[in-house]
Design a protein around this ligand. Structure first.
Ligand code: PMP
Length: 430
């Protein structure tokens, strides 16, 4: 079978450093919420290419916009001149992002480089060096973004020191409270970790920015308490620190709002975006207050390929499709539907410890039993079995099933996917 031969460890030339494969799957084509492999097998997609395909695979609006742009021209570096889609995209990004103030847009290529840009901007604007981010966060693979991350030793070992001056604090995780509190008795003690740091060893006046995902993605889809995010935002304001909302995974309707931070009613100083912005084309963006953007001059953050017009056209078509097809609202409603079904499963199977999320960004935490111990074996086996049965499902943090289908997914596709998940769970517990 072609898939297995393509995916064989010794039969291809793909480096290990860039793949986390859960099963041998080589994609041949994909449309909507369905992926076909090299052998012609079909899968329902609950992963959306790692939350990069909110409009689904090969949405015709996106494909047509790109084809049209390809016929006009492929690229001319925006370092030396503008192109029309680049300017048009920037206008749209300013419109759809929260914050009633003057903004500017900086385009990049991936979520990783956008995070590097956010660090540069925070440092330049504040004249300070230190950054705060969260334990278990994934922000990318470039040196700046890997320094913000704290999720895998493979990102650090043998690579040498990252950027200095990054202080990591625990993410407010109500299921696995770092302070051992129960879900319904949150005392907001964890914000004190930062307040204590500010009082004892991390001078707030040295901190340039705090980088926070409004829902922690790779850490296992963790939704923070609203009051935590508000207090953190307040602390930033009180101390002249920039609040940076890292929306690479949660942006563009994924959480049932255009941007995840909108669930918390605070206006970030910088928004970092990538992944779903252009339905699979490599482009990222930073949107920030004008005065923050004005703190850097070229060539502080430019790439020969940024603002690529084919990618920008894909992004414009993506944004227009999300608006035109009501995909933000659809994400919210389908998310509620999936949460309800998954919570029904939770009642039936002890190995489901927690079901959580917002919109179509959902985590299903697998545990060994009522002790709540992480059940890594179950996650590995269940996701593999799902693949065998025709569902693309992976997991985060070793034991949290990752449920992030395209926002265009049909209800019957959701039902089929959930049925496969349940069968795989049943077989595992049997
Ligand atoms: N930030 C977050 C929250 C992410 O989930 C990711 C990708 N998993 C990144 C940044 C990095 O983005 P990219 O892989 O496009 O560089």
């Amino acid at each position: 079978d072609r898939c297995r031969s393509i995916c064989g460890e010794d039969s291809n030339f793909i480096a290990k450093a860039s793949r986390i494969h859960y099963y041998p799957l080589a994609v041949k084509r994909a449309k909507g919420s369905v992926v076909e492999d090299a052998d012609g097998n079909e899968y329902i997609d609950f992963l959306s290419s790692a939350a990069a395909l909110n409009t689904g695979h090969a949405h015709e609006n996106v494909v047509n916009a790109m084809k049209k742009q390809l016929d006009d021209f492929i690229h001319y570096t925006t370092a030396y001149m503008y192109n029309v889609p680049q300017v048009e995209l920037a206008r749209r990004l300013v419109q759809i992002t929260p914050g009633d103030f003057e903004k500017r847009v900086l385009l990049g290529l991936t979520g990783s480089d956008a995070n590097d840009g956010a660090i540069k901007l925070a440092r330049a604007y504040t004249g300070r060096r230190k950054m705060v981010s969260f334990i278990k966060a994934y922000h990318g693979s470039t040196f700046g973004s890997l320094s913000l991350s704290a999720i895998s030793l493979n990102m650090r070992r043998k690579i040498g020191p990252g950027l200095g001056d990054v202080h990591h604090i625990p993410y407010p995780d109500c299921y696995r409270c770092p302070l051992g509190h129960k879900k319904d008795e949150c005392s907001m003690e964890c914000i004190k970790q930062l307040e204590d740091a500010f009082e004892n060893f991390l001078p707030a006046e040295d901190v340039a920015g705090v980088v926070m995902e409004p829902i922690a993605g790779d850490a296992g889809i963790i939704v923070p308490p609203v009051q935590y995010v508000r207090r953190l935002h307040e602390l930033c304001k009180e101390n002249g620190i920039l609040f940076i909302s890292e929306e690479v995974q949660q942006g563009f309707g994924r959480s049932g709002r255009w941007f995840g931070i909108e669930h918390f009613g605070v206006e970030p100083d910088i928004i970092v975006m990538g992944k779903a912005i252009a339905s699979g084309m490599p482009i990222s963006a930073l949107v920030a207050r004008k005065e923050i953007m004005d703190s850097l001059d070229a060539p502080a953050h430019l790439f020969t390929m940024n603002g690529n017009p084919v990618c920008c056209s894909a992004a414009i078509a993506t944004i227009d499709t999300i608006s035109g097809e009501g995909l933000v609202e659809r994400s919210r409603l389908l998310g509620e539907y999936m949460m309800e079904k998954l919570n029904e499963m939770k009642e039936k199977y002890e190995i489901i410890g927690d079901v959580r999320g917002l919109g179509l960004s959902i985590g299903v935490e697998l545990v060994t039993d009522s002790s709540g111990e992480r059940n890594r074996e179950a996650a590995t086996k269940i996701s593999y079995r799902c693949w065998e049965k025709g569902l693309i499902l992976t997991f985060f943090a070793g034991n949290v099933l990752r449920v992030q289908p395209p926002l265009v997914i049909e209800k019957d596709e959701i039902d089929r996917g959930l049925a496969i998940m349940e069968e795989a769970i049943q077989e595992y517990v049997r």
